[in-house]
Design a protein around this ligand. Structure first.
Ligand SMILES: Cc1cc2nc3c(=O)[nH]c(=O)nc-3n(C[C@H](O)[C@H](O)[C@H](O)COP(=O)(O)OP(=O)(O)OC[C@H]3O[C@@H](n4cnc5c(N)ncnc54)[C@H](O)[C@@H]3O)c2cc1C
Length: 374
């Protein structure tokens, strides 16, 4: 079988397919390691979905979160254990691909998949190096996925993330162990500063449609935090997309995972844990479709059920919280930074001890969210 895209979803899918007995080829358009616009923030569920033999290079262990609302009302809270780990995505993704290679996956870099066709027996991928044939394919080619277009993935939330990497040499100590979050001035927007030792990743995310306002928010955030004098090492942007509830996760012999499937938490736009977890599932069910018995649709339907059970529930909860956050970002800022239950909920979720969906099952939380959303 073939996996397209060597991000967290594709590397996980390829590894899991090989572990489940499928001869697996991983196609990636870039040369690895490759840059990816991303904060590189790993929460508990991401760490829990990593293989034991991963050479994980952590750039920062975060025990302290400072926050503001549109640059105002600065607060800071700390925890005894790390609530987040930060990585550089080029290093992280390349290490994940190495774990797939270690299970026998063949990796072909600099191979762009241009087109996909399938019939009852096989899938044919047209690449720059000629056609590649497979019994089953996992599309993990990110948020501008060609495989998703083939499958017919539908998204109802598209956001624009903008980031700059700033050279913080000489001022590293100001940011040691601390992440900053700004609950933003645009509806549903927020910003972050993720320190990686010698550099800071400063970013914002907001609904797609007003790129100039998103850009202005990033510039403001850099100014508010007194970072405007730091040299810019890199500046980039990327879209994120969240699937509709009924969007397909497969068509015939092609499954989609990660950003390609629109799997991402709608409020925080956290996507690495969704990519890792859906990738592992896609690899497992694609392998059973490729080497097992019974019609392919039986395996892909099971994949869709498994994804919906956990990740679907998380996305539904994220949507509810996004609506509340869009209405009253200042209240959300106060709850998370000033109240003990709010901070505890934040730590529980980022550490993986609880989930947004489980928190929302508590009556008191539901009532509070409903009141904020009015
Ligand atoms: C600004 C920003 C900040 C973010 N910060 C965080 C964060 O801190 N924590 C978090 O959890 N999530 C974050 N996310 C979300 C996270 O980056 C994504 O959800 C995650 O990268 C999804 O992984 P993936 O493997 O599905 O896709 P990707 O990581 O995008 O990987 C897709 C791969 O497919 C390859 N590819 C694409 N097209 C083709 C093709 N046609 N043929 C061959 N190969 C192809 C690409 O080169 C790429 O390597 C952020 C997103 C943005 C935009």
């Amino acid at each position: 079988m073939v996996v397209v895209g060597a991000g967290p979803a594709g590397a996980s899918a390829a590894r899991s397919a090989a572990e489940n007995g499928a001869r697996t080829l991983l196609l990636e358009r870039a040369e690895l390691p490759r840059y990816k616009t991303c904060g590189g923030g790993l929460i508990g569920p991401s760490l829990g979905a990593l293989p034991d033999d991963l050479a994980l290079k952590v750039r920062a262990d975060i025990t302290s979160i400072s926050s503001t609302h549109a640059g105002q009302r600065f607060r800071s809270r700390s925890h005894s254990e790390p609530v987040l780990k930060l990585v550089y995505r080029d290093e992280f993704d390349a290490a994940l691909v190495d774990t797939a290679r270690a299970r026998g996956v063949v990796v072909r870099e600099r191979t762009l998949v241009r087109e996909v066709e399938q019939d009852a027996d096989e899938v044919v991928l047209q690449t720059g190096d000629g056609p590649v044939r497979a019994r089953v394919v996992v599309g993990a080619d990110g948020s501008a996925s060609r495989l998703a277009a083939h499958v017919g993935v539908e998204c109802d939330q598209v956001d624009l993330g903008l980031e700059v990497e700033l050279d913080v040499a000489g001022r590293e100590e100001d940011w040691a162990g601390r992440v900053h979050l700004d609950w933003g001035p645009l509806p549903g927007s927020y910003g972050w500063v993720f320190p990686k030792g010698d550099a800071l990743t400063v970013g914002v995310i907001s609904a797609k449609g007003d790129g100039a306002a998103t850009r202005a928010y990033l510039d403001d955030l850099v100014r508010w935090l007194d970072l405007a004098d730091l040299p810019v090492l890199r500046s980039s942007g990327h879209l994120t997309r969240c699937r509709t509830e009924s969007s397909p996760l497969a068509r015939g012999r092609v499954l989609v995972a990660g950003d390609a499937a629109g799997l991402l938490e709608p409020w925080t736009r956290e996507g690495i844990s969704f990519a890792l977890r859906s990738g592992v599932l896609a690899g497992r069910f694609a392998a059973s479709a490729a080497v097992g018995s019974g019609p392919v649709e039986r395996h892909t339907a099971e994949y869709a059920r498994e994804v919906d059970r956990d990740l679907g529930a998380e996305m539904r909860a994220g949507r509810v919280l996004l609506r509340a956050f869009e209405k009253r970002p200042g209240v959300v800022h106060g709850l998370l930074s000033r109240t003990r239950p709010g901070w505890r909920a934040f730590v529980d979720i980022t550490s993986g001890r609880s989930t947004l969906a489980r928190k929302l099952r508590h009556r008191a939380v539901r009532l509070a969210v409903r009141a904020i959303s009015r």
